[in-house]
Design a binder for this molecule. Structure first.
Ligand code: ARG
Length: 472
């Protein structure tokens, strides 16, 4: 669409006073945001009602007009909720659509609502309210995922699993310990979202277009009505600041990265080569050609969505970069990344919570895998240090030679004969076999934060207490 078709539209009824002609089609197409910013409708109406009540309290708008506005806005809200509201592109954005409908319902008194207000402080308020609510929704979803992780950790506090470094078998761990690692990650995410929510909770309303207003408004009242901690201090900052959207996206980007790592692990674990877990049918897909396949699409898509969310953060950072004070229309581009990232992360959280809760943990294959790759070699070296007072570096070297011996014989460490072990380290006794068993090695890793089942059970208990305290 490169030609500039003329529209039949008249001038914009809400700001068209100084214009002799209506906009070209391309102007409407590039300018209209209502297709996406209608998601701010509930916040817009709440903001307008708070503003109206304040204007009434200050004697700026009469009781009668104010009451008509409040009731008219209730009707608009009901129409939007039941789907009968007709959002029109020629009315540009959610704010002007709602105001135009209010005028249809209550007549000229609707024109008093925008006293001492601009769309600049209005939209900044709406988006803060939206992001604040989204933070609360994310918090609930993260708690849900954490609860599922804790549940699985408790069930599998003793379940042997190979722990990896470099995706090579490193040392035996428990599946429960692995689950609790993710509990920590999502806990930090909650902290970041809580920080973001606390900082964003200042009300831009009353900043006007950029400079404040000559009306005797009460900014504390509107801030309080909308649940903000206080009014934003500087009117110019209030209309041009989008730090809160960026902080929210940054927090979401990290949630998405964590979900992506979990998604990747589930993809690996569900592969026939690992077979550590079996995915729930309800969260898997089949192949249209290969009848045997059960694909982890939900985990893969969750892994992929991190790209979009990071893109949303990057995109908005670049949009803000170099933008002069105060409001520029560039700021209208803040909404789609926020909405898209929110939707992506919300989907990922729901899908992964289901995965974690419902996947079948295959203890057999995990235990077998935990015993391969000479996973107890460190325990053998530690035994030499603890029992024959060998310096660790020497024990490391000796153990390396024993691993080579096992490799040559094609056996695991605990399958080596004592005489063979003693050819490398004469001080070894049959007691060493205890630590060569992965399950026994596990129990030994009982330092704080370690993988020993008793430590995992303690971590689960602490996590449960944290979740319960926070729920109050
Ligand atoms: N739709 C606009 C936005 O989202 C509302 C603010 C418009 N302000 C203005 N001065 N044109 O940013």
């Amino acid at each position: 669409m490169t030609d500039r078709q003329k529209l039949q539209n008249p001038q914009n009824p809400l700001w068209g006073g100084r214009f002799a002609a209506g906009p070209d089609a391309v102007m409407e197409a590039i300018n209209a945001s209502v297709d996406f910013d209608q998601r701010l409708a509930a916040q817009d109406i709440a903001g307008s009602q708070a503003h109206c009540r304040m204007l009434m309290a200050q004697g700026i708008v009469s009781e009668a007009d104010g009451q008509a506005i409040l009731e008219g806005l209730d009707q608009v809200a009901a129409e939007i909720a039941d789907g009968s509201f007709d959002f029109k592109r020629e009315l540009e954005d959610v704010h002007l659509n709602i105001e135009a409908r209010l005028r249809e319902i209550i007549g000229p008194a609707a024109g008093r609502l925008h006293t001492a207000r601009s769309r600049n402080d209005q939209v900044a308020t709406d988006l803060r309210l939206w992001v604040r609510q989204a933070c609360d929704g994310m918090e609930d979803a993260l708690v849900g995922l954490q609860s599922a992780l804790v549940e699985r950790a408790e069930q599998h506090a003793d379940t042997l699993m190979p722990g990896f470094t470099h995706l090579q078998t490193a040392q035996p761990v428990t599946f429960g310990h692995h689950m609790m690692a993710y509990f920590e990650m999502f806990g930090r995410d909650r902290g970041r979202l809580a920080d973001c929510r606390r900082r964003l909770n200042e009300c831009p309303l009353g900043a006007g277009a950029l400079a404040g207003t000559s009306f005797a408004i009460d900014r504390d009242m509107t801030a309080h009505e909308l649940g903000f901690a206080k009014p934003a201090a500087n009117s110019m900052d209030a209309v041009s600041d989008r730090d809160f959207a960026l902080e929210y996206l940054a927090a979401l980007a990290l949630v998405a990265v964590h979900l992506s790592r979990l998604g990747e692990e589930i993809v690996l674990w569900a592969s026939p080569q690992f077979a550590f877990v079996t995915l729930p049918d309800a969260l898997s897909t089949g192949s249209s050609i290969m009848p045997q396949k059960k694909n982890p699409d939900a985990a893969e898509l969750t892994r992929a969505k991190a790209g979009r969310v990071i893109g949303a953060l990057t995109g908005l950072l670049v949009t803000l970069k170099g933008l002069p004070l105060t409001y520029s229309k560039d700021l209208q581009e803040d909404k789609e990344p926020v909405f898209d990232a929110s939707d992506s992360v919300a989907l990922g959280l729901t899908a992964m919570t289901g995965m974690v809760a419902e996947m079948t943990v295959n203890e057999g294959p995990m235990a077998v895998a935990a015993g391969t790759g000479f996973s107890t070699a460190t325990d053998l070296a530690d035994w030499l240090v603890q029992n024959v007072d060998m310096p660790f570096r020497e024990a490391h070297e000796v153990t390396g030679r024993i691993v080579r011996l096992a490799e040559d014989q094609g056996v695991t460490l605990d399958q080596l004969a004592l005489e063979d072990l003693q050819t490398v380290a004469p001080a070894l006794t049959k007691e060493v076999y205890a630590v060569l068993d992965p399950a026994r090695a596990l129990a030994g890793r009982s330092s704080a934060g370690g993988t020993a089942p008793e430590r995992v059970r303690e971590a689960v208990e602490v996590a449960r207490r944290i979740l319960a305290d926070q729920a109050q």
